[in-house]
Design a protein around this ligand. Structure first.
Ligand SMILES: Cc1cc2nc3c(=O)[nH]c(=O)nc-3n(C[C@H](O)[C@H](O)[C@H](O)COP(=O)(O)OP(=O)(O)OC[C@H]3O[C@@H](n4cnc5c(N)ncnc54)[C@H](O)[C@@H]3O)c2cc1C
Length: 400
């Protein structure tokens, strides 16, 4: 049996959620396919805990929303839930702390009221083919296959999965040694004390001591702790080398190794800190994410390719569909980010051609798999920008 829709969205991360809400609110019969059980993508399943790219990049001015619509709506809902009245100013950027559980719950609430929206959970998007009136997709769930048809499809998988199926010329990926490094994020609770700059420096020194004495694995070197918006809860992020030149995010065997390394590193750190740091004395084992955080996989090749140079020079486009404001945060090794800021504290545009390719009408890409070069991706991959491009892709699909 075939199910018919106006718009199908594959992948329910930040981009897919924004696309689904925009599509359903635009009156389209909308299907959202997600392999995990929560919406929010990396922002829920990998415990990524700050929304970047939501705000205008000029920090000499009071903070202001960059892209209206769904990004602002989700940002405001998060501020209400976490009782934040404004974003944090961190160096040269505004960021909003977000809580992954609350993001999943906000996504549920927003979707629940959309009568035109149907969600498939725990369902793998398994094929894409062009048919007479649009597109046909297959979805695999617990051994059963379903067929769905629609006039338009939006790929928000983060991997440009649909492009890979259609043609090698539509799908591109940086060489393994360049791919922005994956990371493992987990939650530590019941951590007492104040966690200011001095505390973090002392903690860093303690970790280095643990590595020197071989009590801790080398991978804990860059462990970064950040306060959640809730008392005594911290998020801990460890960037992982993942074999550098051998890393392949599409190899399930390498992903299994990565997940196990992340868990081993986090548990080693927990054991060590409980023993050696008074503030961690009553901390229960860390809560693991549903998956490690994967910063970069593959991208689509659309009519236009957004470049790092476009962003750095604050380029604007006649056909722009969203604005980018986050600096290019390049993480090609586990020693932390290298930032390339825009020349002016102003946004840059993202043109419509980054979300579509004229050869394939009715097919759109948004979020971190849109058409951009490796450097531009370091900016547009952040969740605020992904929401904005997801929203834009749905507007384009509605108009198609
Ligand atoms: C460690 C780390 C730290 C980061 N830090 C920040 C930060 O501080 N702030 C920030 O804003 N951003 C940050 N990012 C970037 C950001 O989290 C991601 O780039 C962003 O979530 C991408 O959104 P997306 O919707 O494009 O993709 P994703 O969030 O990856 O969502 C894609 C969704 O598609 C689903 N999917 C994929 N394939 C299929 C399929 N075949 N069938 C069904 N479903 C499928 C996935 O399960 C997922 O839910 C970080 C990323 C990482 C990994």
């Amino acid at each position: 049996m075939k199910h018919e829709w106006d718009i199908i969205i594959a992948g329910g991360g930040s981009a897919g959620l924004a696309a689904a809400l925009t599509s359903a609110r635009g009156g389209a019969r909308t299907l959202l396919i997600e392999r995990q059980t929560k919406l929010g993508g990396m922002g829920t399943n990998a415990l990524v805990h700050t929304f970047c790219g939501l705000f205008h990049p000029d920090t000499n001015q009071p903070w202001a929303w960059l892209n209206p619509g769904i990004p602002q709506e989700i940002g405001e809902a998060m501020m209400t839930e976490t009782q934040q009245s404004e974003p944090d100013l961190m160096g040269r950027v505004y960021v909003l702390r977000q809580h992954p559980s609350l993001f999943a719950s906000i996504a549920d609430d927003l979707c629940a009221v959309e009568t035109q929206l149907t969600r498939l959970s725990g369902s793998e998007w398994a094929s894409l083919s062009q048919v007479a009136n649009g597109w046909q997709v297959e979805v695999l769930s617990r051994g059963l296959t379903q067929s769905h048809c629609s006039k338009a499809v939006i790929d928000t998988t983060g991997d440009a999965t649909g492009a890979r199926w259609l043609s090698p010329s539509l799908w591109t990926m940086a060489p393994p040694e360049k791919l922005y490094r994956p990371a493992y994020v987990c939650t530590f609770t019941k951590v007492t004390g104040e966690h200011g700059e001095g505390w973090r420096l002392a903690l860093g020194a303690l970790i280095v001591k643990g590595i020197r004495s071989k009590a801790l694995p080398e991978a804990t070197t860059g462990a970064a702790f950040r306060d959640s918006t809730f008392t005594e809860e911290l998020f801990m992020t460890i960037d992982l080398e993942a074999g550098q030149g051998q890393w392949d995010p599409f190899d399930p065997n390498k992903r299994a190794e990565l997940e196990a390394t992340g868990r081993f590193t986090a548990i080693s750190l927990w054991r060590y800190l409980r023993e050696h740091h008074a503030d961690f004395k009553n901390c229960p084992p860390p809560q693991f994410p549903a998956q490690a955080g994967i910063r970069e996989t593959a991208r689509y090749v659309g009519d236009e390719i957004l470049t790092g140079e476009d962003l750095a020079t604050n380029r604007r486009f006649k056909n722009e569909i969203a604005l980018a404001g986050w600096p290019m945060e390049k993480r090609e090794n586990a020693r932390g980010p290298k930032f390339r800021y825009f020349d002016q504290p102003k946004p840059a545009g993202i043109p419509a051609g980054c979300l579509r390719n004229r050869q394939y009408p009715g097919l759109f890409f948004a979020g971190r798999c849109l058409s951009a070069d490796h450097e531009a991706l370091a900016s547009v991959r952040v969740m605020g920008t992904c929401m904005a491009t997801g929203q834009a892709a749905a507007k384009m699909a509605l108009a198609f």
